[in-house]
Design a binder for this molecule. Structure first.
Ligand code: PBG
Length: 320
């Protein structure tokens, strides 16, 4: 008889033949930073995750560094919004201040910024509205302004998430022409129009006030289009290709891993976090085990980098 169970007999042999190893080195931890003072607001649908003002964030950053998490991904919540999201390129905007604060006080912590407009526009869409839809090429001009202002503040990597065509080309050229040829881009390449972003939109106050994001984010039915989109970003010079969400899109992560010679990232989004937290709170699942198993599945699918709200908790488990 052909027997597979021989190599499962004890923990020692299971360790020897283990194919996928999750590591703290894989994690990026998202942070919500709000304009103002004395803010430390728990997000109802994301237990354990908070919005911080800059004066309150040191404790959180100390913990991230102590846990040896290599990187954070910053989201800003401004005090004022307008039609275009002009606050995104204000050199004293919340993200610019946050980048400077972190690089000054935690120089070894790698800082990535989410480059988008939805938290900054009065209508909640990811760019400039023209005739009830986001105008692609007009938005690209503002993306360049936003990216350059992050670069000047000292960011380590930018991650455009708005799904406008030509984004990577526009950013690469702008950075190169402004003396930032060495600043890398992580492209939200295959980002689906997903209901799993629900809790994030509460957290970042970024839900669209009309319509949805289906004219720019991808249809969850499409797999081959994902490869096409990633090909464009790859050719335009993205350094890292990302798939988002993660859990319902493990097939897409594997597609990218098999087809591109670039590091692949995935974003374990807010709704995926909320589901596990809620079921664990009810005592219906073992939250810690399900967390580790789902992160492992992303790595096994092919993700080299996992952006996750679980980063701190998972790091504690891995440090045990
Ligand atoms: C901004 C952005 C979103 C997320 C990351 N960047 C929201 C959206 O596209 O509506 C979602 C992250 C999450 O759900 O955890 N465009």
């Amino acid at each position: 008889m052909l027997r597979t169970r021989r190599l499962r007999k004890s923990e020692a042999i299971r360790r020897l033949v283990r194919e996928t190893i999750l590591s703290i080195n894989d994690f990026v931890y998202p942070l919500f930073i709000e304009e103002g003072t004395n803010i430390e607001t728990e997000i109802a649908s994301m237990p354990g995750i908070k919005r911080f003002s800059l004066d309150k964030i040191a404790k959180e950053l100390d913990e991230v560094v102590a846990l040896k998490i290599p990187a954070v991904l910053l989201f800003g919540i401004p005090s004022a919004k307008d039609d275009e999201g002009t606050e995104t390129w204000n050199e004293n905007g919340i993200i610019q201040k946050a980048i400077r604060f972190i690089k000054q006080n935690y120089p070894d912590l790698y800082v990535i910024t989410d480059v988008c407009f939805c938290e900054y526009t009065s209508h909640g869409h990811c760019g400039i509205i023209y005739e009830n839809d986001v105008d692609n090429d007009a938005t690209l001009v503002n993306i360049a302004k936003q990216v350059i202002s992050h670069a000047k503040a000292g960011v380590d990597m930018v991650a455009p998430s708005g799904m406008m065509d030509g984004t990577i080309d526009m950013i690469r050229q702008s950075l190169d022409n402004s003396g930032f040829a060495n600043l890398p881009i992580m492209a939200y390449s295959v980002k689906y129009a997903s209901a799993f972003y629900g809790p994030f939109r509460d957290a970042a106050d970024s839900a669209p006030t009309f319509g949805d994001r289906k004219t720019y984010q991808m249809d969850p039915s499409n797999r081959e289009e994902g490869l096409r989109k990633a090909t464009f970003d790859d050719e335009e010079g993205a350094d890292i290709l990302m798939v988002k969400p993660a859990l319902s899109y493990l097939d897409i992560i594997r597609d990218l891993k098999n087809n591109f010679d670039r590091p692949i990232a995935c974003y374990n989004v807010s709704g995926e976090y909320a589901m596990i937290k809620a079921a664990a709170e009810k005592g219906w699942i073992d939250g810690e085990k399900v967390m580790m198993e789902s992160l492992l599945s992303m790595k096994r699918a092919g993700a080299d980098i996992i952006i996750t709200y679980f980063a701190k908790e998972a790091a504690k488990v891995l440090n045990k």
